[in-house]
Design a protein around this ligand. Structure first.
Ligand code: GDP
Length: 470
């Protein structure tokens, strides 16, 4: 917290007068170069000076309390990650309060009879996990590695192990589909052991539980194993003071605007606070728990939905509380500029051929035909709206067909006819015959459960088609 201009000059390798100029430009004044600058001002100056900053939160002097673990489910495709999350969600607080009907909000909480609780991140797979980590968000405490008992260790199982190891996050193995006649859990254990996982009943400390997401058996064992793992890790957090929080998901609600699911890692987030989130900002208008109950505060490891941001943040973005709207606006603009600069730099590094300026004549508007399939009509609408937000003078996102349900052969035919790509949101993977045909015809299929992942992918496609456009 806080730093003087002199210190900042030392850390950034810039001269004090240079920094002073920047200060004046961002509308701040300091009387002496030895005055302490607030952390927000430090970030602003550092950004203008082209230096990366990372905020560190100190826990000094604060009371530290135990907190629930935050868990991510990973594993090979079709091994039952989604089914397992669905089964666990059915046992969650929200499901109980909503009579079993729950929405996908990015996270949910399972409360145990003992009073302990577990927070599950609701986006399976390591893509989400690594996207968060890429933004420096260490949200996950424990990884549940799902391995199908009949299929055994597969390529993405190994990828998941690598991701967890790289992040230094302990694994609990859930051998799934134990109800199947072809299930062979012993073989799975042998395979995992030969991949270097030190399983518990072979003298290591990686717990293994046997579950069936379909028959909903072994869920208690899994939850117990996770709590035991959490206990060994002695997870703790500061409860009082400024919140340190991360975005796990964000989406657009037609009535309420951008909604952000966040998890507080330390401190307390309070309704009415002004926050900068990634390059977005806003004043927190409402905080709701995962069952939709309105609350005025959010404490560590508790997933909450926040209303009031001006735009959609991304998974893994940090949530920073600042003192004024003006400061928030400035920080968010500074970050946007910096992100754009970094992005352009990445493009220029990635492409030897700089995108030709389309000289003289007006630039042509590139059309991107898209077919949207989603689980329910509301989602279809939200996805369509989100995709249209990518429209610009250079790019025309043309949603040629929308529908409810999985991607079918007829969607494929249509895509082929109009050169479209297909977006499947919150829908099951298409039958393998469809996937094969799509691959053969060179038709891009994007399957997502999280809006910004989708927007990221489509954004990349736009960059490919129309280099140099946002
Ligand atoms: P994901 O790709 O890892 O998310 O896998 P899904 O959850 O979509 O499951 C893939 C398929 O396996 C689906 O057809 C599920 O019904 C099936 N499945 C998942 N869990 C079980 C289980 O415990 N037993 C059996 N027999 N089938 C399961």
């Amino acid at each position: 917290e806080g730093m003087t201009l002199v210190e900042l000059a030392k850390r950034t390798g810039k001269l004090v007068p240079t920094l002073q100029n920047i200060l004046v430009n961002v509308g701040e004044k300091v009387d002496s170069e030895f005055d302490s600058l607030s952390i927000d001002v430090v970030e602003l100056i550092a950004m203008e000076a082209g230096v990366n900053v990372r905020r560190q939160h100190s826990n000094e002097g604060a009371e530290i309390h135990p907190r629930p673990p935050v868990v991510t489910v990973m594993g090979h495709v079709d091994h039952g990650k989604t089914s397992l999350l669905d089964a666990l969600r059915q046992t969650s607080v929200a499901a109980r309060e909503a009579g079993g009907i729950t929405q996908h909000l990015g996270a949910f909480v399972v409360a145990m009879p003992s009073g302990a609780s577990i927070t599950f991140l609701d986006t399976p797979g390591h893509a989400a996990f690594s996207a968060m980590r890429a933004r420096g968000a260490a949200v996950t405490d424990i990884v549940v590695l799902v391995v199908a008992a009949d299929d055994g260790v597969m390529p993405q199982t190994l990828e998941a192990i690598s991701h967890a190891k790289a992040a230094n996050v302990p694994i609990v193995v859930a051998i799934n589909k134990c109800d199947k006649p072809a299930a062979d859990p012993e073989r799975v254990k042998f395979q995992l052991a030969s991949e270097g996982l030190l399983l518990e009943d072979m003298g290591g400390d990686v717990q293994v539980v046997y579950v069936s997401a379909l028959k909903k058996t072994g869920l208690d064992d899994l939850e117990e194993a996770l709590l035991l793992q959490a206990e060994m890790m002695e997870l703790k957090a500061r409860v009082d003071g400024t919140a340190q929080a991360y975005v796990v998901e964000a989406r657009l609600d037609r009535g309420r605007g951008p909604l952000t699911t966040a998890i507080v890692k330390a401190g307390t987030l309070v309704c009415g606070q002004i926050v900068v989130v990634g390059s977005q900002w806003g004043k927190i208008r409402a905080i709701r728990d995962i069952s939709g109950k309105s609350m005025d505060k959010a404490k560590p490891a508790m997933p909450v939905e926040i209303e009031g941001l001006k735009g959609l943040p991304m998974a893994g973005d940090d949530i920073v509380v600042v003192e004024s709207e003006e400061r928030a606006r400035m920080l968010s603009e500074g970050r946007k500029k910096k992100f754009e600069k970094d992005r352009l730099q990445r493009i220029s590094e990635g492409r030897e051929e700089a995108p030709e300026e389309q000289s003289e004549e007006a630039p042509k508007r590139v059309e991107l035909p898209i077919i949207v399939k989603a689980d329910v009509q509301g989602t279809v609408q939200a996805v369509t709206d989100a995709l249209k937000s990518l429209n610009s003078p250079q790019v025309f996102v043309n949603v040629v067909h929308v529908g409810v349900g999985p991607i079918s052969q007829s969607d494929l035919d249509l895509a082929q006819a109009c050169g479209a790509c297909i977006v499947g949101f919150n829908v099951k993977s298409p039958p393998s015959s469809v996937s094969l045909d799509a691959a053969r015809a060179g038709i891009k299929i994007f399957l997502h459960r999280v809006i910004y992942h989708l927007l990221e992918d489509v954004g990349n496609l736009i960059v490919d088609k129309a280099p140099g456009t946002p």
